[in-house]
Write a protein that binds this ligand. Structure first.
Ligand SMILES: [Fe+2]
Ligand SMILES: [Fe+2]
Length: 188
């Protein structure tokens, strides 16, 4: 799969499945992705972090669990699925905040006492499936991961990107960031 193929697949996934429910919230997958990217852009993040914000849940569009997986108690591992797919075209500055956005929730629940109270009911439900808050050792190890600041930032945007009816720039606007972030040499 070439980088062009990956971009075309991303376009198709958002066009065909972006209107689906964002697991248990009142916004669609596309609205959630655009709001997340808009928050990263507004905070002046590097293009890779904006791209990561836009694509952090692409695994939900890739997997075949349907939209009721949360209700059925399935952990869909969408973070790994999405990061593996995107690694065909993007480097770790894009894929790591995506691969780690679920552990980042577990991290923030342990590191910031007030964070848990900000989670939506659906996010609290999925936290249990994802392993609950990190231990002190897990937390220390997590703080040493590459791209840690972007990892935490994308997670915080993820939690906020659930505003019904919010107007954002379009998918086409944020797609330019994807083109700018393609790796020079496609990974083998
Ligand atoms: Fe997610
Ligand atoms: Fe998300």
């Amino acid at each position: 799969m070439t980088q062009t193929d990956v971009l075309a697949r991303i376009d198709r996934l958002f066009a065909e499945r972006g209107g689906g429910e964002y697991h248990g919230e009142s916004v669609t997958q596309l609205e959630h992705a655009l709001q997340c990217a808009a928050l990263a852009e507004a905070d002046g993040h590097a293009p890779a972090a904006v791209a990561a914000a836009l694509l952090h849940d692409i695994g939900h569009l890739l997997h075949g669990h349907g939209e009721d997986y949360l209700v059925r108690g399935v952990n869909d591992s969408h973070e790994d699925l999405g990061a593996r797919f995107l690694a065909r075209a993007f480097g770790p500055a894009v894929t790591e905040p995506i691969r780690l956005h679920v552990p980042a929730k577990r991290y923030l629940c342990a590191a910031r006492p007030d964070y848990f109270a900000t989670l939506s009911p659906a996010s609290v439900r999925s936290l249990e499936l994802q392993g609950g808050p990190m231990s002190a050792d897990e937390r220390a190890a997590f703080e040493a991961v590459p791209h840690f600041a972007a990892v935490v930032a994308v997670r915080e945007y993820d939690d906020r990107a659930k505003v019904v009816g919010l107007v954002t720039p379009s998918f086409a606007h944020f797609r330019q960031y994807l083109e700018r972030c393609l790796t020079v040499e496609p990974p083998a």
